[in-house]
Design a binder for this molecule. Structure first.
Ligand code: SF4
Ligand code: SF4
Length: 92
């Protein structure tokens, strides 16, 4: 069976140099969120916990919206990528 990484590889992205996903307050991730659900609910593994902070690999986001709801502290500011940028399903 095809792994998610292989499927995601089939997507094409036009990467913006500005992230459309922002962590509102990194201190909240560090101090108030022991489970860090964003690191395991995102299907594209955009969020990872490294060196005591959340890294956001926004380039791989498939714009599914899951992280908006999985962050228990509403600490992710979520926007669609700017017009023309982001994932392009049709070329997959
Ligand atoms: Fe931070 Fe929200 Fe992720 Fe928790 S789920 S680590 S608060 S972004
Ligand atoms: Fe991951 Fe979906 Fe959030 Fe993008 S919108 S970061 S793919 S959970």
């Amino acid at each position: 069976m095809m792994q998610i990484e292989e499927k995601l590889y089939l997507n094409r992205y036009l990467v913006d140099n500005e992230s459309h996903l922002k962590i509102r307050d990194p201190k909240i991730c560090l101090k108030e969120c022991p489970d860090k659900p964003c690191t395991y609910t995102c299907p594209a593994q955009v969020y990872s916990w490294e060196d005591d902070r959340i890294r956001v690999a926004y380039e791989g986001c498939v714009e599914c919206g899951t992280c908006r709801y999985s962050c228990p502290l509403d600490n992710i500011e979520w926007n669609y990528p700017r017009g023309g940028y982001g994932v392009m399903w049709k070329f997959g």
